[in-house]
Design a protein around this ligand. Structure first.
Ligand code: FAD
Length: 279
């Protein structure tokens, strides 16, 4: 069972607890992106198993009437086993999404996987007519070119700063530079991208910039934040009429995800410490 300390960041271990969480978030006007925890499978069986679990989750979301969708990680559905395994499983999940009218996001992992992830996403976006979305990372030097390639691909793009510690030869390392690039790519998306724009950031500056660009280009956008991070802001933005999606992971492989959240920010570590020592 997930200890209370981790349940700030993880929506339980089962589909039932994840859907309950989505129901509560929906009551606050916040929509939910469910991610079944799991990554870096080196064998085909667990990758196929999680792809099947996503098909079932999509059917369950559809039957529940909730405002929810899914996000999958390439290494969870077979990219480390082989590009074809990833392609096959991603198509299975995207087809289930189309059948049940549930949107399917694809996370972006380390830079070794970017080319294949873009190829598989582009094929699926054209085949499933925009029922899929892809995360792109502002810290990668290649992202300007990738966005030009994606400009006429239907679907949605989630712009994030980038969570992977990449080599300086291929990635911007300084926070200020990543922030500048984030703003530049945000403007590109509002100006040139045919699909939906998702701001995957907790940074109030990036959200404010997106609001300005939305007014300038006469377009809508959605904000995406993680479960357990700035949830007050999520509710406030939603109450103000902005479309807000909360990325909520769940499943029995919760420990490493929780540990990542605690390590990445002092506030989260303090929260964990307070929960342990009871202050
Ligand atoms: P940061 O640059 O970390 O912080 C900027 C400001 O935001 C801070 O100064 C503060 O004002 C505010 N802030 C940030 N965190 C907190 C907090 N915990 N509490 C209070 N204020 C805070 N990365 C990938 O590489 N691939 C993915 O597929 C991916 N998917 C993601 C999906 C979603 C929905 C989100 C939100 C992030 C995703 N990320 C992904 C992670 C992303 O790349 C960043 O590492 C992460 O979001 C931190 O950057 P930031 O823009 O939120 O803000």
């Amino acid at each position: 069972m997930i200890p209370p300390i981790a349940s700030r960041f993880v929506a339980g271990e089962t589909t039932a607890t994840a859907l309950d969480h989505a129901r509560r978030a929906n009551e606050d006007g916040v929509k939910v992106i469910l991610n079944l925890l799991g990554e870096h499978y080196e064998e085909r069986a667990p990758a196929d198993g999680d792809a099947a679990a996503y098909e079932q989750l999509i059917a369950d979301i559809s039957g529940s009437g909730l405002d929810a969708c899914v996000s999958v990680k390439p290494s969870q559905i077979g990219i480390d086993v082989g590009d074809d395994v990833f392609r096959e499983n991603y198509h299975r999940i995207a087809a289930a999404g189309e059948e049940h009218d549930v949107f399917v996001w694809c996370d972006m992992e380390d830079a070794d996987t970017t080319d294949v992830t873009l190829d598989v996403f582009e094929e699926a976006a054209r085949e499933y007519d925009g029922g899929v979305g892809l995360c792109v990372q502002a810290n990668l030097k290649r992202t300007g070119d990738d966005l030009k390639r994606l400009a006429d691909v239907p679907g949605k793009i989630r712009l994030v700063k980038g969570a992977y510690d990449e080599d300086a030869a291929i990635a911007y390392k300084r926070k200020e530079v990543v922030n500048e690039k984030y703003e530049e790519y945000l403007e590109f998306l509002f100006d040139e991208y045919v699909g939906g724009v998702a701001v995957g950031s907790h940074d109030p500056k990036m959200i404010a910039r997106a609001e300005e660009l939305a007014a300038e280009y006469g377009r809508e956008f959605e904000v995406q934040m993680l479960m357990g991070v700035r949830e007050d802001a999520q509710r406030e933005l939603a109450a103000g009429g902005r479309e807000v999606w909360q990325y909520a992971p769940y499943g029995d492989k919760w420990f490493s995800y929780f540990y990542r959240r605690v390590r990445e920010r002092k506030e989260n570590a303090l929260f964990a410490l307070r929960a342990v020592v009871g202050v």
